[in-house]
Design a protein around this ligand. Sequence first.
Ligand SMILES: [Zn+2]
Length: 687
Amino acid sequence: MKKAVYSIMVIAVIFATGCNNTKTNNTAEKKSEFKISEDDINETIRQIKEIHTDKESFRIEKGVKQVAALWQETDGDLQAFNTFCVENFVADSASLLIAYNKLERNFELLFGYYNTMTVKLMEPLHLDMGEIHFVDEVMGAYSVSSHINEDLFSNKLAFYVVLNFPSYSLEEKIKNSEKWSRLDWAFARMGDLFISRVPSELLQNASVASTNADTYIADYNIYMGNLVNKDLKTYFPSDMVLITHWGLRDELKSNYNSQNGLEKQKVIFNVMMRIVSQEIPSEIINNDGYQWDPIANKLYKDGKETKFTPEPYTRYEHLLHNFKALSAMDPYNPIYPTYIQRAFDQSMELTQKEIETLFIDFITSPQIKEVAALIKSRLGRDLEPFDIWYNGFTPRTSVNEEELNQITRRKYPNPQAFDNDIPRMLQELGWSREKAIYIANKISVDPARGAGHAWGAQMKGDVAHLRTRVGKNGMDYKGYNIATHELGHNVEQTITLYDIDYYMLAGVPNTAFTEAVAFMFQGNDLKLLGRPNPTNKSETEALAALDNCWSAYEIMGVSLVDMYVWQWMYENPDANAKELQEAVEKIAKDVWNKYYYPVLGTKDCPLLAIYSHMITSPLYLANYPVGHLIEFQVEQYVQDKKFSDEITRMLLQGRIIPQQWMMGAVGSKISGQPTLNAVSQALKIIK
Ligand SMILES: [Zn+2]
């Protein structure tokens, strides 16, 4: 449910990002001291101004300064810099448009084919294609586009772009957002393409670190039938194999109404705690040869207790590798010199401070305690830490999951069956038959090895991929539920690529928006299954508000932990994996004690550190809660209108900045207040 949803620009920056701790330091030291002086920059500006009218002054100054900031010794001497700028500045708007169109076509080709190659090379890692071979791992980790930046600087195309389509800071974009035309936005987005100059070996290193972390998590399965209590009794079926943390969490959530539900939840909770602390026996990871009592942390072989080796901080090694790989690029990013800034200001286009404030305001609001009290009374017991995943506010829990499993298994015996059903599902959501087929034809459903994800195309003519895990007996309801989420991503990816006015504006402002669309699709899963929707509309809405609030509350904490861990890594760049584990646990407990202990009880719980995203997708997590808020605002707006029309209208705004997109979509900025207001109303209805 993560990744591969990066928009086009981010591709140039992140898709090609990289780490190998032995090499990185040397490269950083090699950074050239060559710098073009202020006087020389001004002289070049003066010469260009002499040729053109005053009207172009602003662009000339901005373009030349930005070229100078990126120009290195190997690009040529001062004279070469001067000549390049004077000869290549494009003043008149007709010529500029011609240049834009040519560049746009070329970028679509480059990004599109690089993306296709990456999709194909990673297939053995992502799809169920048998045992992963050495070749699969090496080629899956190989970043085909890692040299593109370097190449385009060395043939001067990047400088041509920077000179004529300069980049604007987040602040400038906000200031201009009212007056910019669609074309102005497209130009500005082109200007975002070349704001850093990271050596390809660093990009390649980060790609390796990221793929290794992905593979580690994708193969981190727990054989649930081997989990036992102190009497060696198991509560789970022998064929149940769950991936951390998604599978574990979803199983925990599904046990609110089941037999022995609370016992099962406690077992799963303890598995999670052992993963966070790395006390988990290595022997039971992805292996069904042992039995394990996660509460007492005892391992059994054929019913006899046996010694074990705790996992040797591997989880945190991966996090550390990602940190080293990504922070090695800092010196090459003059505008956003830390990965934290690149993840927030640059990628999300919301500052970390802005997001932190948004989250803390939300999770400390009085409504949270009221919702917790309601959950407590509904459960008839004191709250447990894992009740951050309470899912009783969805009408979904009132239906029998086994019954749903039967329906989904019958309907979708294989991925192809789901693929074939997409046109019907889209029509159900309001698209015309013709449009539904048009969109569906651009989506391919593939059998996933991991939990599933969506991977968009980057050029017209290519398809988006929906990866889903279908068991031998067909798709179970959980898999189906996730697949409807991924379908939302694919629909967004398709509309914003194929139907957008300018390729440079393809996509959405940041991943929170694609998540919002995905969650809206997921919210329609029962309707798409032909199950009658609950009849009491106001009750359904009230439940949805409570559910959205509670899941935002949960994941905002997870995201704060993620943020603070990255701050800690920046403050302690030489820490080892064990020290990092201790820090993560401490940070998770601190966040818990501040914002969760007062609501749920139980002090010092590090549960918020269990998310796999922390390991595989650095600083991605904030996108989810922001997505929850956006989703709620958008959903509220859409509810009395036609879903397909409104979603299409909103998506065709493309990749402008987040707050402007929201203004255009629903008439207000991103805010937790609509959710909290709805919660106050809901608390009057739901008892
Ligand atoms: Zn998603």
